[in-house]
Design a protein around this ligand. Structure first.
Ligand code: UT7
Length: 323
């Protein structure tokens, strides 16, 4: 068997910064409300001609460079996104084409805010069996395109961005002390679909639609469901919460992050938090936070890193990685 070792991480954020005060200029909201309820101070918003694939390509290039891997070595690209450039083809093939990759396969995974954990798990399956050798896993989103900018209950919460990791399948004897993805748990329950969804699509309205969310209902489930998969990956990996060096959760709301960490008994210093400057970038939020933690020197080789996300569907999942 092989294990999927993370070789590099990268990210890209659009240049345009939109603060809470900018939003309160046209919306009945305030910096105080948004900061107090979510921890968000500002978010990045892509320009009209800046597409999800562009963000993903920039993040992928940085991840490849940081990992010392050339694009030509990649034989699998999985892009997690709910805001693809086109209904089809997959955003992943745009990335593949732009990077000049002529081999292997590229496809998208759609699990909304859990998308990165889903995509990582899918790539891990290909690498573990040796079917692929080197993979790019990207979370890239332009949620600004599907927001109803007159709905203060949703539009203040989201932002645009992309993050990526490069993984390599390396021979392993399954020891959790060895580098690589140790365990993943994915879950979904479609009964919750209408708590967080987009009210359009090719087959229903023939439009893109807008994001709709019953925020309080999502909040109510987030901590409990996240804890279930976190316990699962720790059990599978034979480790305890005290072994975890870094908790890198989906960045939807600082209050959800804090409540989850408290339930787990994790110290604040072990949590990577980026929601204040990124807002919720859906599938991009975890790889953006990972890239920040790695590039500023907090996450180091050999550290035990715990990822967790919950999103529309509901979908949820967790991954445990020896960095
Ligand atoms: O990434 C996928 C997962 N998504 C999430 O994790 C989001 C989960 N949910 C949340 O983060 C929170 O539920 C929210 C941040 C969306 C909302 O926070 P809350 O503490 O649950 O507030 P609420 O929905 O109970 O609303 C409280 C009040 C309401 O007014 P009334 O009915 O009490 O008079 C809202 O109308 O706040 C009002 N409100 C706002 N006020 C100012 C809602 N949005 C805003 C706003 N500015 N932007």
């Amino acid at each position: 068997m092989y294990r999927s070792v993370i070789r590099g991480a990268g990210s890209y954020l659009p240049e345009k910064i939109v603060t809470n005060d900018d939003l309160s200029a046209f919306l009945d909201t305030s910096d105080a409300w948004i900061q107090q309820r979510t921890g968000i101070h500002s978010r990045r918003i892509a320009e009209d001609d800046e597409y999800t694939s562009h963000l993903g390509i920039a993040a992928a290039r940085e991840a490849l460079e940081n990992g010392g891997i050339s694009a030509g070595e990649i034989d699998l690209i999985v892009v997690a996104t709910s805001t693809p450039d086109n209904t089809f083809p997959a955003t992943a093939v745009h990335v593949q084409g732009a990077l000049g990759i002529k081999q292997g396969m590229a496809f998208d995974v759609q699990a909304v805010c859990s998308g990165f954990v889903y995509a990582l798990t899918v790539a891990d399956q290909f690498l573990r069996t040796g079917q692929s050798k080197k993979a790019l896993v990207i979370g890239a989103e332009t949620f600004s395109r599907i927001l109803d900018w007159t709905d203060r209950t949703t539009c203040v919460l989201f932002g645009d961005g992309a993050g990526a990791v490069v993984l390599e399948g390396q021979a392993s004897n399954g020891n959790p002390q060895e580098r690589g993805v140790i365990s993943n748990r994915l879950r979904s329950d479609g009964i919750h679909w209408d708590k967080l969804y987009v009210d359009g699509g090719p087959s229903t309205t023939k439009t893109v639609g807008h994001l709709r969310m019953r925020g309080r209902d999502v909040f109510r489930h987030a901590v409990e469901l996240a804890s279930e998969v976190i316990d699962g990956v720790m059990e599978d990996g034979g480790i305890t919460i005290d072994d975890v060096d870094w908790f890198v959760p989906h960045q939807a709301n600082k209050r959800i992050i804090d409540a989850t960490a408290k339930k787990l008994g994790l110290a604040d210093e072990k949590i990577i938090v980026t929601v204040q400057g990124h807002a919720n970038t859906s599938a991009a939020s975890i790889p953006l936070a990972l890239a920040e933690g790695v590039n500023d020197g907090r996450i180091k080789k050999g550290d035990l890193v715990l990822l967790e996300a919950l999103g529309g569907g509901f979908t949820w999942g967790a991954s445990l990685i020896r960095w």
